[in-house]
Ligand binder design. Structure first.
Ligand code: FEO
Length: 164
């Protein structure tokens, strides 16, 4: 059975994963609007990935016999300076999500809730991959640059990334 505190935190994470999905979907729309089809596709796929993260926690909470609760989902940012800013924001966002997952792991461990601790290991590994992925995109942008054909090349590269 989940403690009151852990249930509250897991439900907050459900809402946060929803927000992540909306954020990436909104970014996808911005990219699409700017003719950046590769990035738009990547971010849209990633928005779906975030929904699966949300569903996994939602189901886990329910499986423990508790009530999964979706809170108000914050409105995502809608305008960006350029593609670099989009991906700086994704990287910062993922680092914030990692800190939230780490917080959950810390609580589960301190409460000796080993079942939840075990469940959260998937998220620990996933966040490692997510940070690595978004950092690699930032590195590509830095190397190739966004001037002239650079933007076209970057967008094509990003569009070719497959989401696991
Ligand atoms: Fe659900 Fe991108 O972390």
């Amino acid at each position: 059975m989940l403690s009151k505190n852990l249930l509250k935190k897991l439900n907050e994470q459900v809402t946060l994963e929803f927000y992540s999905s909306n954020l990436y979907l909104q970014m996808s729309s911005w990219c699409n609007h700017k003719g950046l089809e590769g990035s738009a596709k990547f971010l849209r796929d990633h928005a779906n990935d975030e929904m699966s993260h949300m569903q996994k926690i939602f189901s886990y909470v329910q499986d423990t016999g508790a009530l999964a609760i979706i809170d108000t989902i914050e409105k995502p940012i809608i305008a960006f300076e350029n593609l670099l800013e989009v991906f700086v924001q994704t990287y910062e966002h993922e680092k914030m999500i990692t800190s939230k997952i780490n917080e959950l792991v810390d609580i589960a461990l301190s409460e000796k809730d080993f079942s939840t601790f075990n469940f959260l290991q998937w998220y620990v590994a996933e966040q490692h991959e997510e940070e690595k992925l978004f950092k690699s995109i930032l590195d590509k942008i830095e190397v190739i640059g966004l001037d002239g054909r650079g933007l076209f090349m970057i967008d094509r590269e990003i569009g070719n990334i497959t989401i696991h």
